[in-house]
Ligand binder design. Structure first.
Ligand code: SF4
Length: 233
C-alpha cells in the first residue's frame, strides 16, 4: 500500500493542474483545493527544479518539438477536435522534427514479422534503420540461473535467453539517433531502458494475450477481466 501522503494523481477528482476553462492572463488556480496527495502540495520544489531543466536549450527544444507533435495529432473540425495519427505516423513525424536519421529497433523474437514491416515503413520514409532482436547472442537461459523445468521450450531443449542488455549495447554502439522498443517482455524492457544510452521511445509493449495492447484487459476489467480488480493470486 502506498503511503497516504505520497502523490496519487490517479485518485484525483479535481485535477486543478489542468486549469481547464482558464485563459492566458487569468490568475493561477487557487492552491487551497489541492488534495492532500497532490504532488504540487507535497513536492513543490520539484516543479522549480524541472523548470530549471527546461531552461536548458536542448531540453527546451526537445520538449517544444514533443508538444508540437502532440498538437499535430489532432484535426480541428467544425464539431470539435479529433485525433488523426496512429503512433507509427507520430514516430515518423517526431523523428523528422528532431532531425533524426538513424533509428534502432529493439524487438522481441516473437515480433520478427512486425519488426520487418516497421523497418520497411521507416526505410520508405527515409530513415536508416538498424534492428536487434532479443535472442541476439544465443546465450542459453541456464547462464542466468534458469532451471531446465523453467524453460518454455522444455527441459532438454536449448533456449536462448532474452538479452536486453546486449540489445541496448548494440543500439548504443550503432550510434542511432533514436531507439524504438517493439514488444519487449516485461522486465526485459526494464533492463533495456536501464542500459540504453540514446534517446528512446516505445512503439509497442508485449502483451501475448491482448495483441500487444495491454489496455484491452484494463478496459474489460469490469467484465471478463474482473478478476484483476478482485486481486489475482
Ligand atoms: S497534480 Fe494535483 S490537482 Fe493535478 S491531478 Fe495530481 S493531485 Fe490532482
Amino acid at each position: 500500500m502506498v503511503d497516504k501522503q505520497m502523490p496519487k494523481c490517479a485518485r484525483c477528482t479535481v485535477r486543478i493542474c489542468e486549469n481547464r476553462g482558464a485563459k492566458m492572463g487569468d490568475n493561477p488556480p487557487t492552491q487551497e483545493k489541492l488534495p492532500g496527495f497532490c504532488p504540487m502540495k507535497l513536492m513543490p520544489g520539484v516543479f522549480s527544479e524541472a523548470a530549471a531543466e527546461y531552461e536548458k536549450p536542448a531540453v527546451q527544444e526537445f520538449a517544444r518539438l514533443a508538444s508540437v507533435q502532440e498538437f499535430q495529432c489532432y484535426e480541428r473540425l467544425s464539431d470539435g477536435i479529433r485525433p488523426k495519427l496512429p503512433r507509427i505516423e507520430e514516430l515518423i513525424q517526431f523523428a523528422r522534427k528532431c532531425g533524426y536519421r538513424r533509428l534502432g529497433i529493439a524487438h522481441c523474437a516473437g515480433l520478427i514479422k512486425e519488426a520487418g514491416v516497421l523497418t520497411d515503413i521507416l526505410e520508405n520514409n527515409g530513415f536508416d534503420v538498424i534492428s536487434v532482436q532479443c535472442k541476439a547472442g544465443c546465450v542459453p537461459k541456464e547462464s542466468i540461473g534458469i532451471k531446465p523445468e523453467e524453460k518454455i521450450a522444455g527441459p532438454d531443449n536449448w533456449e536462448s535467453m532474452c538479452n536486453p542488455i546486449a540489445q541496448a549495447m548494440i543500439i548504443n554502439n550503432a550510434q542511432v539517433d533514436l531507439a524504438v522498443m517493439l514488444g519487449l517482455c516485461i522486465g526485459h524492457d526494464t533492463l533495456f531502458i536501464k542500459y540504453c544510452a540514446v534517446p528512446l521511445t516505445v512503439l509497442a509493449v508485449k502483451d501475448r494475450l491482448m495483441a500487444h495492447n495491454p489496455l484491452a484487459a484494463l478496459y474489460l476489467s469490469d467484465s471478463y477481466y474482473r478478476r484483476l480488480r478482485n486481486g489475482i493470486r
